[in-house]
Design a protein around this ligand. Sequence first.
Ligand code: SF4
Length: 332
Amino acid sequence: MSWSLSAAVEEILRKGRDGAPLSREEALTLMHLDLEGRETYALMESANHLSRAQFGEKGENHMHIGLNVEPCPMDCAFCSLTKRAGLFTEKIEFPLEDILAWARQGEAEGADALNLMATGTFSFTRLLEIGRRLKQEVSTPLVANARDINHAEGEQLLEAGYVGFYHAVRLGEGTDTPFKPERRIQTIRVLHDVGLHWVNCVEPVGPEHTAAEIVDLMLLARREKATYSGIMRRINFPGSPKEPLGMISERRMAQMVAVSRLVMGNTVKAHCTHEPHSLSLVAGANLFFPEVGSSPRDGQADTGKGRGRSVARCAAMLREMEWNPDLPSNCF
Ligand code: SF4
């Protein structure tokens, strides 16, 4: 093994560490670094430096609340809430009392945002009603995570109290899902037009995805001005059609978190990773998603009783890696 960094990698990291934009080729070079090599550790150090210089000590917890479970007819190949997965055979909408209790608990535990996720056929009117009600009950910023929307719907979300919208052009969009990438991008532009923050993650990453596919989505997040972005790996639920392909390790994910962090440069307010783990917190990530309610990664209807981590658990992980979840959010 060489003891010094190659001049080319050193130059990319020098730029990236200061928040200067990386080219596609530079990001691809970093994606191909050997996990065992010193250059990968130098990459993670650069991303960590950039985040700590830009975000201060703030560690963020944006609590995912999955509003409903259904055998979703959209049948995205990586999702456990699909008709074809067969894990859920009935539609279940969590009662408003449960959603309010989760939101109040999130607020009490210091969540920085509540990300309300609905499946493919969930009523938009209901999403608005839930937003209005939560707005009266908690002061934590509300983020919606739902289907593609138009301008009128974007205005309605704002009026109902939402400040942001989670949306992603997923890996395999249009082949693993029935949605067109162009339509997803149109929604992202609607968000900017109406004044909702667009929040994003490059997801769901699996071992079969090429470095180029992944980097192109990182660049999309920068170009379309995400408030935050990051990396989420695909979780193969039992019986997932993706099971034979396996999953990427947290270690590989941390390398991608670092590349993504340098690609986003000084354009973002935070950098996310999912599911919560420590290593990425020294590779540029400072934002976790604690989870309750439905999750496309779980076979349990309430992931709070399954894979989901609580706000308190995520806050403890952030503290162990010397991020402070008690400071005010940088995001909204
Ligand atoms: S990802 Fe969303 S739209 Fe696709 S199957 Fe799952 S719930 Fe339905």
